[in-house]
Design a protein around this ligand. Structure first.
Ligand SMILES: Nc1ncnc2c1ncn2[C@@H]1O[C@H](COP(=O)(O)OP(=O)(O)OP(=O)(O)O)[C@@H](O)[C@H]1O
Length: 302
């Protein structure tokens, strides 16, 4: 199940749909008078609740006397495009690092599609693709080598890795850079390569920390298209970003984290409650500071 790609299949017209259906001829001589038939009322079909694919329960992380994450509970349903927002130092990266098994929580659990990240790490990690905040990449490899390495490490065979490398390079506009060393990539190119490496094994869940940082607007739009198709095909994305309008535009659900705690979470419209996400964020995160003091900045000392 886990190795199955979550890539949408190309649609094709079914042969049945393509057949021409002839209207039966109505007999001319007789006019049948039909008894009125009560129109059947369509039963109300309630949408089945979506399966929870990522579950965070009571997550806590302390660094000495600083509590970075103070007991976070979240449930993220399959097929969600879930945004995490919060001010600097709120605990977003710490939370995502605990989700992906990069940082051990002091308390609490994380399960991915039922597998516990800390007691069943091999199974849980196989289900995830991760774009961490601070990218530490093997930058003495070429882009092609790095994708090859990522794919093989994830258990793909060589042919599949080569096919997917070509697809990803073309989707992210990296075709001409695949033979260059990663260390020579720009920040945005490195980000796109890292995102490609996170996706190569078609994981069930993508955890992306600031995926659009340094990425130009055209590339960002392409990446968003790819991510939307992935979600439409049943994949789940959890993404952190400071770009409020982007999160509001692409995510269907959001959590606002402040001081290591979730202050609001749920469907985007419910959390925003008639405001923009940015307005709601400022309201929850504690407003803005007045630009007072610092008159020395306007003295232009030269
Ligand atoms: N390894 C660490 N050692 C000590 N303190 C840490 C460590 N990692 C994070 N912290 C602290 O934990 C808090 C939360 O940090 P975190 O990086 O999770 O915030 P964030 O919400 O991702 O912030 P930003 O939006 O600025 O990236 C901060 O006060 C930070 O200084």
């Amino acid at each position: 199940m886990d190795s199955e790609p979550v890539v949408p299949e190309a649609t094709s017209k079914s042969s049945a749909a393509a057949k021409t259906v002839r209207k039966p001829r109505t007999p001319r001589a007789t006019v049948a008078v039909r008894k009125p038939v009560a129109t059947p009322v369509a039963p109300v079909v309630e949408a089945a609740p979506r399966e929870v694919v990522l579950k965070l329960s009571g997550l806590v992380k302390r660094f000495d006397d600083k509590t970075a994450v103070a007991g976070i509970d979240l449930e993220i349903a399959t097929g969600s495009f879930f945004g995490i927002v919060g001010p600097n130092g709120a605990g977003k990266t710490t939370t995502l690092s605990m989700i992906t098994g990069l940082l051990r929580p002091d308390a609490g659990t994380v399960t991915v599609h039922g597998a516990d990240v800390w007691s069943d790490p091999v199974v849980a990690k196989r289900k995830m693709g991760v774009l961490p905040d601070r990218l530490r990449m093997f930058d003495r490899l070429t882009g092609a080598q790095l994708l090859y390495y990522s794919g093989i490490l994830r258990g793909l065979d060589k042919t599949t890795v080569r096919i997917r490398t070509a697809d990803l390079a073309s989707a992210f506009g990296l075709e001409d850079s695949l033979d260059r060393l990663v260390t020579d990539y720009s920040a945005g190119m490195t980000k796109k390569l890292a995102l490609a490496a996170a996706m190569i094994h078609s994981p069930r869940v993508l955890v992306l920390d600031e995926p659009f940082e340094s990425v130009d607007p055209v590339s960002a739009a392409n990446v968003i298209d790819i991510l939307r198709k992935y979600v439409a095909a049943g994949g789940t994305i959890i993404i952190s970003s400071h770009t409020m309008n982007l999160i509001e535009r692409v995510c269907d659900s959001v959590a606002v984290i402040v001081n290591g705690a979730v202050l609001a979470s749920g469907p985007m419209a419910e959390v925003c409650d008639g405001k923009t996400l940015e307005e709601k964020f400022v309201e929850l995160a504690g407003g803005r500071k007045a630009a007072e003091g610092m008159e020395w900045l306007h003295t232009f000392s030269d």
